[in-house]
Design a protein around this ligand. Structure first.
Ligand code: NAP
Length: 457
C-alpha cells in the first residue's frame, strides 16, 4: 500500500484517506496571525475533503490579529485593509481557533508545538528593520521604518518610539513602497488623516509637526526603483502636497532602458507614472514631497541628534550603478530608513539572509514557514495566497498518521489569558464603535492590558 506522504494530488489523497471511510483530522498550528498566516489557514480549509480535514490553531503574540494589515498598511490606504474581511471569514470556519496573546518561545516552545501538532507553520513575518551601516545611523531621530510605521499604526510595542517632528525637512532612505508610505504620512496635511485609523498619539504629533519638505532618496536610478505604479500614481491625488521628481532623471532612465531593448510592463508603468509626476503642474502649496534618485547615503551627521545626511551621487553606466565620488548633503532633523526587513531570531530556527532557513517552505521535521519569514520581505498581501497554498500542498504531501495529542491546550498553564476569536471580536467591536463616534473606521487601543480587558468584557 502506498504511503500517505507519497501523494500530492488531492484526488489520490481522497482515495487513500477514503479507505474504510475514516475521516483523518490533522492538527496544524500556524504561528503569526498576519496575511501569510490567514492565507495558510485558507489554503488548508480549501484543501479539505470528505475524508481529510484540518483542525487549525492560530497562535499570535499580540492580543490582536491581522499582522501588517493592522500595524503596517498605511492608514490613508483603507482599501488594502478590506482584506481583513477575508480573514474574519476564515476565522468563522468551525475548524479554526485563535490563540492570541500567546508568545512562541515564552508561553509555548517550538519543540512543544512540533510534538503536539501534525504540522507547525511559522508565519512570523519580518519585523526587524535592516541597517544602513553608515556612520551616524545611531544618532537620535535616525529611525527605521520598522519602528516608525508601527508607531503611527498604534502597535502596542511602539507607542513609546521617540519621534521628533520639529525640523522642517525629513529624509526617507529607500525607493520602495514602505518609503513611499512613510514619506506620504509625513508630507500630507494631517487633517487628511482625521477620518483614518491612524494612532491617536501619532495624529497629535503630526498635527504639531514642522515638517514641510520630505525627500525620498533612492540609491539607484528610476528604472531600479521598487515603488509600484499604483502607489506612484496615488501621489498625484494628494490635495495639499506638491510632489517633485527631476524630469531629467526620468528621461535619462527612459533613454537607458530603450537602449537596453525590450521594456518590461511593470517598469514601463512605473516610468510613465514617474514622468506624469515630474510633468504634473504644481499647486504651489507649502508641503513638498520629492523623490531623488542615484543618491547613496554615506553618513548621517549631527551632535547627538540628526542634523544632516551626506550622499554620494551614483551614475548608471553600461547598465551598472557606480559611485561618482561626488557628494551632496541635505540638512534635516529626521531620517527614516526604509530599506527592507529581516525576520527576528528565536530558539529552534536559523535565520539565513534575513529569513528563516527553509527549502520551499519546509524548515525541518513537521515545521514549515510561509510569507515574509519564508521568502523575505517581498510582495504585496495577495502574494501570500499563492505562496501559502504551495506550502500547504507540501504539508499534505508529507502528512503521516494524525497524532493523538491535545494541541495547544496541553501546553498553556491553567488560567492563561488567551485572546480567542470571541475575545478578539469584542475588542474589534469596541474599536469600531469608538470609531463610529469619532468618524473613523476604528480607534485602535494601544495599551496591551486594556486590549485584554476589552476582550474580557
Ligand atoms: P523594497 O520594496 O524591497 O524596497 C527597499 C528599498 O530599499 C529599495 O529601493 C532598495 O534599493 C533600498 N535599499 C536597500 N538597501 C539599501 C541601502 N543600504 N542604502 C540605500 N537604499 C537601500 O522594500 P519595502 O519598501 O520595505 O517593501 C517591502 C514589500 O512590501 C515590497 O514588496 C512592497 O511592494 C510591499 N509593500 C506594498 C505596499 C502597497 O502595496 N501599498 C506598501 C508597503 C509595502 P536597491 O533596489 O538598490 O537595493
Amino acid at each position: 500500500m502506498p504511503k500517505i506522504g507519497e501523494f500530492l494530488e488531492r484526488d489520490l489523497l481522497e482515495v487513500y484517506f477514503g479507505i474504510g471511510e475514516i475521516v483523518h483530522t490533522f492538527k496544524v498550528a500556524i504561528v503569526g496571525a498576519g496575511p501569510a498566516g490567514y492565507f495558510t489557514a485558507l489554503a488548508l480549509q480549501n484543501a479539505q475533503t470528505e475524508v481529510l480535514t484540518f483542525a487549525i490553531d492560530m497562535i499570535e503574540r499580540l492580543p490582536t490579529p491581522w499582522g501588517l494589515v493592522r500595524s503596517g498598511v498605511a492608514p490613508d490606504h483603507p482599501k488594502i485593509k478590506t482584506v481583513s474581511k477575508v480573514f474574519e471569514k476564515i476565522a468563522k470556519e468551525p475548524n479554526f481557533r485563535l490563540f492570541a496573546n500567546v508568545e512562541l518561545g515564552k508561553d509555548v516552545s517550538l519543540r512543544d508545538l512540533r510534538d503536539q501538532y501534525d504540522a507547525v507553520v511559522l508565519s512570523t513575518g519580518a519585523s526587524k528593520g535592516r541597517k544602513l551601516d553608515i556612520p551616524g545611523e545611531e544618532l537620535a531621530n535616525s529611525l527605521s521604518a520598522a519602528d516608525f510605521v508601527p508607531w503611527y499604526n498604534a502597535h502596542p510595542d511602539y507607542v513609546q518610539t521617540e519621534v521628533d517632528l520639529s525640523s522642517d525637512t525629513a529624509v526617507v532612505i529607500g525607493a520602495g513602497n514602505v518609503a513611499m508610505d512613510v514619506a506620504r504620512i509625513l508630507a500630507i496635511e494631517p487633517a487628511e488623516l482625521d477620518p483614518t485609523d491612524v494612532a491617536e498619539h501619532a495624529l497629535v504629533k503630526l498635527k504639531e509637526s514642522n515638517i514641510r519638505r520630505v525627500i525620498i532618496c533612492g540609491r539607484r536610478g528610476p528604472e531600479h526603483a521598487a515603488f509600484t505604479a499604483p502607489e506612484l500614481r496615488d501621489l498625484l491625488k494628494l490635495e495639499n502636497t506638491d510632489v517633485y521628481i527631476d524630469e531629467k532623471q526620468i528621461n535619462d532612465a527612459c533613454i537607458r532602458i530603450e537602449q537596453a531593448g525590450e521594456i518590461e510592463k511593470d517598469l514601463k508603468n512605473n516610468l510613465e507614472a514617474m514622468k506624469l509626476i515630474a510633468e504634473h503642474s504644481k499647486k504651489r502649496v507649502n508641503r513638498k514631497l520629492e523623490i531623488k534618485f542615484l543618491a547613496a547615503p554615506v553618513e548621517i551627521k549631527g551632535n547627538k541628534k540628526v542634523e544632516e545626511v551626506v550622499f554620494e551621487i551614483n551614475k548608471v553606466q553600461e547598465g551598472k550603478v557606480i559611485p561618482t565620488k561626488q557628494t551632496f548633503s541635505i540638512k534635516t532633523g529626521l531620517v527614516i530608513t526604509a530599506i527592507g526587513y529581516d525576520s527576528v531570531d528565536y530558539s529552534g530556527i536559523t535565520i539565513e539572509n534575513g529569513r528563516i532557513k527553509n527549502i520551499a517552505g519546509h524548515i525541518e521535521h513537521n515545521i514549515y514557514t510561509t510569507g515574509w519569514a519564508k521568502r523575505g520581505p517581498t510582495g504585496v498581501i495577495g502574494t501570500n495566497k499563492r505562496d501559502s497554498s504551495d506550502v500547504v500542498d507540501l504539508i499534505i504531501k508529507n502528512l503521516k498518521k494524525p497524532k493523538a495529542s491535545e494541541g495547544i491546550t496541553a501546553l498553556l498553564k491553567s488560567g492563561f489569558e488567551v485572546i480567542d476569536q470571541i475575545a478578539w471580536e469584542k475588542i474589534n467591536a469596541s474599536e469600531v464603535i469608538s470609531g463610529e463616534i469619532a468618524g473613523k473606521p476604528r480607534v485602535k487601543e494601544v495599551d496591551w492590558k486594556r486590549l485584554i480587558s476589552l476582550g474580557r468584557s
